[in-house]
Ligand binder design. Structure first.
Ligand SMILES: CC(C)(COP(=O)(O)OP(=O)(O)OC[C@H]1O[C@@H](n2cnc3c(N)ncnc32)[C@H](O)[C@@H]1OP(=O)(O)O)[C@@H](O)C(=O)NCCC(=O)NCCS
Length: 160
């Protein structure tokens, strides 16, 4: 299986949005993905933050994506969304997306990365634990119907 990880483009939006809708009970709206596609995977939010979107591709098929937020002034990153097409799960694609995002963060000087996950999402929680992330907080009813567990990792410095 030849896996490529690259920034999201407009041509990927339909595939990525199909994965989003089949992965989450409350999917993001399509316009966020369209905006990211138009901006070739990078878009500015507010004053200094930006979103970064990467897709995983096997042969010519888009099979997963990851979206993270970067707050350069605080040296902090936050993974906002990750999903892999159901028929491509358990093949290491989620792990590759996570590694790629964490390495990109480290390379631009991000020191800590955090994310929130549904308490019951054991597949994702095991993935984050495998990445070396540790649970550090619980946010009651973060999803309306369920608590979130916050995971955090301190990234090695880009000098070392
Ligand atoms: C979470 C998700 C992205 C994982 O993607 P994936 O490509 O299947 O994960 P990988 O194959 O890279 O798995 C890497 C590690 O994660 C853990 N893991 C992933 N899925 C798992 C599962 N169903 N059961 C147990 N462990 C699992 C394992 O530790 C695995 O390592 P191993 O294969 O050596 O055991 C995928 O299940 C998904 O898209 N889920 C729906 C969307 C979602 O919940 N996203 C997270 C929102 S916070």
């Amino acid at each position: 299986m030849k896996l490529t990880i690259r920034p999201l483009t407009s041509e990927d939006v339909a595939a990525v949005y199909t994965i989003e809708r089949s992965s989450f009970p409350r999917p993001w709206t399509r316009d966020i993905f369209e905006e990211l596609g138009r901006m070739r995977g990078y878009t500015l939010l507010r004053s200094s933050e930006r979103l970064v979107a990467l897709v995983a591709q096997v042969d010519r098929q888009v099979v997963g994506f990851i979206i993270w937020e970067d707050s350069p002034s605080q040296h902090r990153g936050r993974i906002l969304n990750i999903a892999v097409d159901k028929s491509f799960r358990r093949r290491g694609i989620g792990e590759r997306l996570m590694r790629h995002a964490l390495e990109d963060m480290r390379a631009i000087g991000v020191v800590t990365c955090e994310l929130e996950v549904r308490e019951s999402n054991s597949a994702a929680r095991l993935l984050y634990a495998k990445m070396g992330m540790v649970p550090c907080d619980r946010i009651p009813l973060y999803y309306g119907d369920e608590d979130a567990i916050r995971y955090r990792i301190t990234l090695p410095s880009s000098q070392g």
